[in-house]
Design a binder for this molecule. Structure first.
Ligand SMILES: O=C(CO)[C@H](O)[C@H](O)COP(=O)(O)O
Length: 779
């Protein structure tokens, strides 16, 4: 009876096949590379035909060097990168090169998906985002919008995984693993598919293009077709088992299938893949993906972007000494590195902050610190980053009890021991480091009937090598250093975001001439004054607000300052609530200058805020806009208009994905440093305002230093809404003169805007009439 299996790991650069026996012993491995095309920044494409060629080469070579005759092979299983999307015609031929997981062209589509506010998005940080451009729906949406002829013609839109299985067996099916982790499929939803999400983004047509059958891991997809058998040099009809995403199949190869176990897959980055029997969602984690591994075996995901890559960077910087020397020097340094502390966010933070603009840092340098201190501080930072992910998971109800680890970094005892000590959990190493290939072999062994099920196959085929136990004393010693590490990000985040804004590349192409439709929409905007109550008499707020409303102020600007995001403390939801009750009908235009706007969105809505404007620079809001889009969608869902605000020095380009996605109703440009009224208007905001107006037909608010002398010029540059505090509440003219005066100046300034082609009526300027119209359009 055939007793060997082939596991194939379809990676990013090559495909690696291994022949294993039923006890999990590898007999041979063989790899075959395939090219990836990077025709432009952010693009990454591969030709499905190259995968197929590589599969034939690697399998034939592995089988030959194992010395196992084809008749002794019992089954085959393949994993692949995920989400790598292919579009196929009726015959299963690729219509275009595949969009590799790392292809980022669908970033704007990802922001739109995040803005949909559908329940299926719970797996993205509990609905708070981000949605990654790596995932299926943004990629398919990109295809539908940018290459509609390909999308239309495609009979099937699926994964690299499904393409290979189809070519092996002639059967087109999806894997529950890929679909759950990257397609927003859920076994908990009737039918599984994210129909509501597809409808919300106008991509209903995608569902029928997906493979309609979803198979669990290890299920038999089919037998090798004659053509596939010839291509691989294996017997016709050989069972092919369902695989999934390479990293997740690696969990199986590490034997991580029981609740409380967690797989740490290391390389240039860290991937934390936990197993849980509970279904929960929350900020700072991805998942839980129900049944994504096995029935009842759910997955939770975290990730650190720069780990091995940061270590390699430091080694290069200090003259490329051997890792042995660096480890020895670092081991001689005490925990905490005598005050030296690193932040590991060299390429941003994936979880728990999900901030693409966060950066690495070294803090506390003195002249006595040497190379060993630096190396140890970086290793500690990586361990602290992992612990922060674990702490976030614990906060959501999942506690990793043991970590099974794979990857090159496991060769460092210091690295392993520090991880175990910081997190106070045992770190387990297994004998076969090529976990994805072994995971495939396990699934193939189940499909072949060599083992009754995946748990039994894992028990027979995964062998523990050693366990690194945590040292409780060391763990206690690390506590204060870990606490200090956690303070680094919030302290440095504003600086990181400011640096990103400073260094943002200028927009590449000149703006397209405004379309007729955009011109018509702009003409319909209202000319709005939003008096800032920051300059009102706080002891007489009700009468001050009533007074400006009576004077024709369509909005009332409420600055919510938390004393952290800006150096001033003002008012919060209770005052908003009182104003809403005491001045019925006042449109409360709430501007949140706070570090965590997401923490206030529900309360602000419940208090009566009409517009919820938050800052793109706020921690937790990412500059690729997915978390911003999700928060804006939530604000809208709660009945408020959504706005995004930019500090004076933040370029408009940072919010263009949001604007392009239609995710916000307003953009607020600060023309002073946020925090206090009575400052001087900074003319530097005008070019930014002009550039934004060319791309955005919605309300643009300019806030800070607005007077009767400059309002017209600001409106000419593109603003249709002005916030004015001092001028309305403490200026030489009373509010009854200042408010209508400012409205007239805005209307006059807007006459400089390009006019729509024909037939457009100007918007009414009477405040009450406009409020009535808005009520109607909200209803
Ligand atoms: O948000 C603000 C500052 O952060 C104020 O709303 C703004 O400055 C308006 O005040 P003034 O018209 O007095 O400049």
């Amino acid at each position: 009876m055939p007793s060997y299996v082939i596991g194939v790991d379809g990676g990013t650069e090559s495909l690696r096949a291994g022949v294993f026996d039923a006890a999990g012993t590898p007999l041979s491995f063989a790899s075959a590379p395939y090219p990836t095309a990077f025709p432009a920044p952010g693009w990454a494409e591969q030709r499905p035909a190259d995968w197929w060629t590589a599969l034939g080469v690697a399998v034939k070579e592995a089988a030959a060097s194992a010395g196992v005759p084809p008749a002794d092979i019992a089954a085959l299983c393949v994993d692949t990168t995920c989400c790598t999307v292919v579009a196929l015609d009726e015959a299963g031929q690729a219509l275009r090169p595949a969009l590799l997981w790392m292809d980022m062209r669908s970033a704007a589509q990802a922001a739109r998906v995040a803005a949909a506010g559908d329940e299926a998005l719970a797996v993205n940080g509990g609905g708070g985002g981000p949605v990654s451009a790596e995932w299926m729906i943004p990629k398919a949406l990109w295809l539908a919008e940018k290459e509609p002829e390909v999308f239309e013609e495609a009979a099937t839109i699926c994964e690299y995984q499904d393409y290979l299985n189809f070519n092996l067996t002639g059967r087109m099916v999806a894997s529950v693993n890929n679909a759950s982790i990257r397609w927003h499929y859920s076994t908990q939803r009737p039918g599984g598919w994210p129909t509501g999400l597809l409808k919300a983004i106008g991509l209903e047509g995608l569902q029928a293009k997906w493979p309609q059958e979803v198979l669990p891991l290890g299920a038999v997809v089919g037998g090798l077709t004659p053509a596939a058998a010839a291509h691989l040099g294996l017997p016709e009809g050989l069972p092919v088992a369902q695989g999934g995403a390479d990293a997740d199949i690696g969990m199986i190869g590490l034997g991580v299938i029981k609740p409380g176990q967690l797989a740490l897959l290391t390389g240039s980055s860290h991937l934390h893949l936990g197993v849980t029997d509970k279904i929960f969602h929350g900020r700072g984690i991805w998942g839980v993906y129900p049944d994504a591994l096995l029935p009842g075996v759910h997955m939770v995901e975290g990730g650190q972007t720069s780990t091995g890559s940061a270590v390699a960077w430091l080694r290069k910087l200090v003259g490329e000494p051997g890792y042995e020397a660096l480890n020895a020097e670092a081991a001689a340094v005490p925990p905490g590195c005598e005050g030296l502390l690193c932040l590991d966010h060299f390429q941003g933070n994936r979880t728990p902050h999900t901030d693409a603009l966060s950066r690495g840092a070294i803090a506390g340098l003195t002249l006595r610190h040497g190379r060993g201190h630096l190396f140890r501080a970086l290793i500690e930072a990586i361990c602290f980053g992992t612990e922060h992910i674990f702490e976030t998971m614990r906060g959501q109800g999942y506690s990793p009890a043991s970590v099974t680890v794979a990857g090159g970094a496991t060769r460092s005892d210091l690295w392993l021991q520090t991880h175990a000590d910081v997190s106070n959990v045992p770190f387990v190493l297994t004998k076969v480091s090529d976990a994805p290939a072994l995971g495939c072999a396990i699934l193939a062994a189940v499909a072949a009937g060599l083992h009754p099920d995946v748990p039994a196959a894992c028990a027979a085929m995964v062998h523990q090598d050693r366990v690194v136990q945590p040292d409780p004393q060391r763990h206690a010693e690390y506590a204060s250093h870990y606490a200090a590490y956690k303070q680094l990000y919030p302290a440095l985040q504003p600086g990181f975001h400011a640096a990103a804004a400073r260094c943002a590349p200028p927009p590449k192409a000149p703006p397209p001439p405004p379309a007729a439709e955009a011109l018509a929409r702009r003409a319909q905007l209202h000319s709005i004054v939003s008096p800032s109550i920051l300059s009102a008499d706080f002891a007489n707020l009700q009468s001050d607000v009533q007074r400006v409303v009576d004077a024709g102020a369509e909005w009332v600007h409420v600055d919510v300052f938390d004393g952290v995001f800006v150096p001033n403390l003002t008012i919060g939801p209770p005052v908003v609530k009182s104003l809403h009750n005491r001045v019925p009908g006042a449109f409360l235009d709430c501007h949140l200058c706070v570090v965590h706007p997401e923490a206030y969105v529900e309360e602000m809505a419940a208090s009566g805020a009409a517009q919820f404007t938050f800052h793109i620079e706020a921690p937790g809001i990412d500059f690729n806009c997915t978390t911003a889009a999700a928060l804006a969608a939530k604000a809208r869902k709660l009945g408020m208009r959504a706005g995004i605000a930019l500090q004076k020095d933040t370029p408009a380009s940072t919010v263009l994905p949001l604007v392009a996605a239609g995710a916000v109703d307003t953009v607020l440009l600060l023309s002073v440093r946020a925090g206090f009224g009575g400052q001087k208007f900074d003319l530097a905001v005008l070019p930014k305002l002009r550039a934004l107006r060319e791309r955005f037909a919605g309300d643009i608010i300019v806030d800070g230093g607005i007077t009767l002398a400059n309002a017209r010029e600001v409106a000419e540059a593109g603003a249709n809404a002005l916030v004015a505090g001092t001028t309305v509440f403490a200026g030489p003219q009373p509010a009854e003169v200042a408010v209508p005066g400012l409205v007239d100046l805005i209307a006059a300034g807007r006459e400089a805007w390009p006019a729509p082609a024909s037939g457009e009526q100007p918007a009414p300027t009477n405040g009450a009439q406009q409020a009535e119209q808005r009520e109607l359009s909200l209803a």
